[in-house]
Design a protein around this ligand. Structure first.
Ligand code: Q9C
Ligand code: ZN
Length: 320
């Protein structure tokens, strides 16, 4: 039996035509084709255990997001015509998360995907992969931003935390400001992130080493910023430190916020990781021997995204 892959094509409902960068319209990097690339490569490489998500109660979203925020996104989304794009003035942190007619439905579908995969892991599956979009880790309690609307990984971690402690390992190129803030004062959820130095990269205002958690969560938020140009061996060294943090915390579950925008040919990012390195990375993560939920975050090289995902999953297969 191969790793269960949870996927639905409801994400296709969200496909904004452009984003605004420094006042200039650019093509939207978070394309629907990203998941098409991943699913095609997985099927081609023998990952055939593909599962449709089931519907979960919307109440699970309210544990991580304000009710007014959720209904704002729903109403604004459903009020738009098919080709309209809205950059709202409220509940948003930047110009990278515009609302379209299908945005709310697609964002809810991503939550269903991630919770279906979380349920499998909770039921004893060693590893499950949630192939979801829009991504989630920049979404905060009441704000969208950075291509994210609902924080899929945080919602899944919250769900799993009802049964035991959870470590979240965020390997997306960008710091997961939304996930960090969701668990910043919690003792039952560790957040560890490796990302481009916020002095150089989005989200600019969080992801620094001195953000270490507060109150019961003090010491349970770990940021590992790395310089632009980081390569495989430099990354591996930092990954080992992050994995040591997870081991020390000794959680019941692991959630991996898996962004593949650390890839050397990512069109909007600045690390230099190679495709075979993702397998190595996954093998080190799998050595933790923890029930692991993999949640898709960023990764924008549509052509190579599938090969990166296949390489990554191969590293988990070896530990089965
Ligand atoms: N034109 C995630 O990877 N910056 N979000 C875009 C380039 C926004 C990334 C600037 C990056 C957001 C989930
Ligand atoms: Zn990213």
């Amino acid at each position: 039996m191969t790793i269960p892959i949870v996927y639905t094509d409801r994400h296709l409902l969200h496909n904004p035509p452009y984003e605004i960068y420094d006042g200039v319209k650019e093509s939207y990097a978070e394309k629907a084709k990203r998941l098409t690339s991943i699913m095609a490569a997985l099927k081609k490489n023998g990952f055939k255990n593909i599962i449709e998500p089931r519907k979960f109660s919307l109440e699970l979203i309210t544990q991580m997001h304000q009710r007014q925020y959720i209904s704002f996104l729903q109403k604004r989304s459903e009020g738009l015509k098919k080709d309209e794009l809205l950059h709202p003035s409220y509940f948003i942190t930047d110009t990278y998360a515009p609302i379209t007619n299908g945005t709310y439905d697609a964002a809810v579908s991503a939550v269903d995907v991630v919770l279906t995969a979380a349920e499998l892991v909770q039921g004893g599956e060693p590893t499950a992969y949630a192939v979801c979009r829009p991504p989630g880790h920049h979404a905060e309690y009441k704000s969208m931003g950075g291509y994210c609307y609902f924080n899929n990984a945080a919602i899944a971690a919250e769900y799993l935390s009802k049964k035991g402690s959870v470590a979240i390992l965020d390997i997306d190129y960008h710091h997961g400001n939304g996930t960090q803030s969701a668990f910043y004062d919690r003792s039952d959820v560790l957040y560890v992130s490796i990302h481009a130095d916020p002095a150089d990269a989005y989200p600019y205002i969080s992801g620094f080493v001195d953000e270490q958690g507060v109150r019961e969560g003090k010491g349970l938020n770990k940021n590992y910023p790395l310089p632009l140009g980081t390569n495989d061996s430099q990354y591996a060294e930092t990954l080992n430190k992050a994995l040591a943090d997870v081991r020390k915390f000794n959680p019941k579950y692991l959630v991996v916020s898996a962004g593949f925008d650390t890839y050397q040919h990512d069109p909007i990012c600045g690390f230099r990781l190679t495709i075979p390195f993702y397998e190595q990375m996954a093998q080190s993560i799998a050595e933790l021997k923890l029930p692991t939920l993999i949640v898709q975050e960023g990764g924008y090289n549509v052509k190579d995204l599938g090969d990166i995902a296949v390489s990554f999953l191969k590293g988990f297969k070896k530990s089965e």
